[in-house]
Design a protein around this ligand. Structure first.
Ligand code: PEP
Length: 250
């Protein structure tokens, strides 16, 4: 039985002071909750204060990116070691906004994932097709190559990866994949993982759905056999909505 994992991707929202307020609200709303992995991923400038606010909480801290080098001339980037020092446990990698606006490729996703794993971070690797790719019958090929190329050469560390299936057409649009559409792709991802791993690894990997998951559609999505959680954007910025999604995963 896979533990469900709900992660909030705050994107470029909330100052450090606002992050502490939101975390306090989330902690109160989730008081007494157990049995689900919960992660919040604020902007990099918030991580230190967010980490302090999360101390002694069951909620983990995540970043929205991580660079592959340990240090060096990479202006604007942040290394895994720097993140670990701040108590970060998870790193979102290859979000579609990074792929769309910042030139992220399957190759760079793979390099970032390898570095995250080496430092002990859990990568949340995002995959998902655009509407044009879906409409032109390329969904299967696009998602399969994102998984195979993004997760290449990880060896036994593959078992520590979390995958987020996020159809680009459902992110921030209010248009959610139906539970059946999402389940179909999650099952495809798990079959693909089985092809690049051995033993029980593919069966044990948590695969989140992301794309306009809200309190009113979370339970149905999370009830699908291969949907093991959610990567939440907009609804993660409101404590009650985020907490309601977490509770839908119990
Ligand atoms: C996301 O950005 O990862 C996301 C799923 O956003 P939203 O929930 O707002 O669609």
């Amino acid at each position: 039985m896979r533990t469900k994992i709900i992660a909030g991707n705050w994107k470029m929202n909330k100052t450090a002071a606002e992050a502490v307020v939101l975390i306090d609200e989330i902690k109160s709303a989730l008081d007494g909750v157990t049995g689900v992995d919960v992660v919040v991923c604020p902007p990099a400038t918030d991580l230190k204060d967010a980490g302090a606010a999360l101390k002694e909480s069951f909620i983990s801290l995540g970043s929205q990116n991580v660079h592959w080098a340990e240090s060096g001339a990479f202006t604007g980037e942040i290394s895994a070691t720097m993140l670990c020092e701040l108590g970060v446990g998870y790193a979102i990698i290859g979000h579609s906004e990074r792929r769309q606006y910042f030139g992220e490729s399957n190759e760079s996703v793979n390099k970032r994932t390898q570095a995250a794993l080496k430092a002990g971070l859990i990568p949340i690797v995002c995959v998902g097709e655009t509407l044009e790719e879906r409409d032109s019958g390329q969904m299967e090929q696009v998602v399969t190559s994102q998984v195979v190329e993004g997760l290449a050469d990880l060896g036994d560390d593959l078992s520590r990866v979390v995958i987020a299936y996020e159809p680009v057409w459902a992110i921030g649009t209010g248009r959610t994949a139906t539970p059946a559409q999402a389940q179909e792709v999650h099952a495809l991802i798990r079959r693909t993982l089985a092809g690049i791993s051995s033993g029980n690894v593919a069966n044990a990997i948590q695969i989140q759905y992301g794309g306009s998951m809200k309190p009113d559609n979370a339970a149905e999505l999370l009830a699908q056999p291969d949907i093991d959680g959610g990567l939440i954007g907009g609804a993660a910025l409101v404590a009650d909505s985020f907490a309601a999604i977490v509770k839908a995963a119990l």
